[in-house]
Design a protein around this ligand. Structure first.
Ligand code: CS2
Length: 516
């Protein structure tokens, strides 16, 4: 939607007697909302937060909190509301917005045909800011009513060094937490302190549930938390090892960044003032390993799937959807595209994506029970093409240094081992090098790069003109890929050509159809 359309809508609203009063999102105003907006039908005042969730970003709000809202509405359970937690001062904005809105917010679901469903989510009933009072947060996690602590801390938040395969103890915040158990900063410090308190009061452990896009996200959480705890309190580590479960899960719902236009459209078209709604596609999926000894919500009643082994589902999703996003994101940025759907309207990009999926990602996937891979890929292509989602490539490319080692590089490595195709993915790495070095697209327009490793990426990539493999020397990202000649030959050819003429479309055609 363009801005002039919003102005027109505002104008027509002023003419409309029924809509001349804007409704501020608050519990007491829910009954005033227009019928078209779904809102909590359950009594929020009697809910208990069985879940404490760390990382209340858009994805948590469109996914786990949505499933939980549906569960509260459908089953009448009162034990499974959510207390949100932000650990950083940067979370103050969401803390303030949610508090003023009685922890309510709107989920705006955008269909491909233009239909919009607005739904006020009520499952979040509290929010705590760790940086204000860490002890209050660990007390909350340690309280008897808390059964699950769930996490969306992003792919990079696990503090795992890809090159060594170990937890990164050199992180100064981790060092701080090792020495200051009562005053933690990192998620590892918080979880350890909360579990220490639970054990001291004789309560069973909570289950730790990761909701990040990492294969074996539960196993990864266990690995990094155990490394931290063993160093801080070896005795407690034994208790955690025996008592805490970390179910793996596959999570999925495309959730673009909320824009000012989303906020204004909600206000102008539905008459609802919400300072921070969240938008998403209609599709959502959640496949979870059933390992919750301290009890869990019946999320299966509202569409989640509990399975004994989630591995094939996670691998399929991360290697097709998330990797597919990175393929479009990095190549599309160089080409000058702005969003995923814009890439999908470009036949070259749409073909490239499908071939990457078919020739490089699919051959290394195991069969997934109940899922026809061709249909799954068709559905991804449809979802990526949703013209109303406008998933910006800046979001897709942000923190690529944490994403690519999980989404794309393992596919290259596995294909190298089996002698499979690597050209499609290798061009993405070459494009990433050019992007990190120049921060401009093929037309010389500046690109916004957001990455914790931005400086290192830039320095390594800038070395390419004198050493073709300079970028690959970033071991925490590429591991030993630099030692594989099949890969480095292909990569060197691609970067050389890109640096000569950054015509990414031409390079994509070469991968697709060979050299002329
Ligand atoms: C995206 C994901 O971060 C990314 O690059 O691929 O956020 C993706 O949209 C979600 O995982 C969809 O479930």
């Amino acid at each position: 939607m363009s801005l002039p359309e919003i102005a027109i809508t505002e104008h027509s609203m002023q003419q409309d007697q029924h809509k001349d009063k804007l409704i501020r999102l608050k519990q007491e105003n829910l009954s005033l909302l227009p019928d078209s907006i779904v809102r909590p039908s359950y009594d929020r005042s009697i809910l208990t937060a069985g879940i404490v969730h760390i990382g209340v970003g858009g994805f948590h709000r469109s996914h786990q909190a949505y499933y939980t809202d549906e569960l509260l509405a459908k089953t009448g359970t009162t034990d499974w509301a959510i207390c949100g937690v932000g650990l950083r001062d940067a979370d103050r904005k969401i803390a303030d917005v949610l508090k003023k809105q009685d922890y309510l917010y709107t989920l705006i679901v955008k269909h491909a045909d233009g239909r919009i469903e607005n739904r006020v989510i009520g499952s979040l009933i509290d929010f705590m800011l760790g940086s204000d009072d860490p002890a209050a947060v660990t007390n909350k996690m340690a309280s008897e009513t808390t059964k699950i602590v769930s996490l969306t801390i992003t792919e990079g938040g696990y503090n795992f060094n890809q090159a060594t395969g170990r937890f990164d103890f050199s992180n100064p915040e981790v060092q701080h937490d090792l020495k200051n158990p009562n005053n933690p900063i990192t998620v590892f410090g918080y979880l350890t302190e909360a579990l220490r308190k639970r054990r001291a009061s004789g309560l069973p452990a909570f289950t730790i549930q990761s909701c990040d896009n990492i294969q074996h996200n539960g196993d990864m959480t266990r690995k990094v938390l155990m490394a931290f705890t063993q160093k801080q309190d070896a005795e407690l580590a034994k208790w955690i090892e025996n008592e805490v479960r970390f179910p793996n899960a596959m999570v999925d719902r495309i959730t673009p960044v909320t824009t000012i236009i989303d906020i204004e459209t909600l206000r102008n078209e539905a008459g609802l003032k919400d300072k921070w709604p969240v938008t998403s596609e209609p599709f959502s999926q959640w496949v979870i390993e059933d390992k919750f000894p301290n009890g869990r919500p019946q999320w299966e009643a509202v569409g989640a799937q509990f399975v004994p082994d989630v591995t094939p589902y996670e691998k399929m999703k991360i290697r097709l959807l998330n990797a597919g996003h990175s393929v479009l994101g990095l190549l599309g940025s160089l080409q000058g595209h702005e969003s995923i759907d814009e890439c999908m309207q470009d036949p070259l990009f749409a073909t490239y994506l499908r071939r990457f999926m078919d020739f490089e990602a699919t051959p290394i996937l195991e069969p997934v029970e109940g899922i026809e891979l061709d249909e799954y890929k068709d559905s991804l292509i449809e979802r990526f093409g949703n013209p109303n989602i406008k998933d910006n490539l800046v979001r897709i490319c942000l923190e690529s240094s944490a994403k690519l080692p999980k989404f794309l590089i393992p596919t290259i490595k596995e294909n190298l081992e089996k002698g499979g195709s690597i050209g499609y993915a290798t061009l993405v790495i070459a494009a990433w090098c050019y992007y990190s070095d120049k921060a401009t697209n093929r037309l010389g327009k500046k690109l916004e790069i957001v990455d914790d490793m931005k400086e290192e990426l830039h320095l390594a990539a800038a070395g390419t003109s004198t050493d073709a493999l300079s970028f690959l020397k970033l071991k925490p990202i590429f591991g030993d890929l630099i030692d594989n000649k099949v890969f480095t030959d292909e990569y060197t050819r691609m970067t050389t050509e890109l640096y000569e003429t950054p015509d990414v479309a031409h390079q994509m055609q070469t991968v697709l159809f060979g050299r002329d």
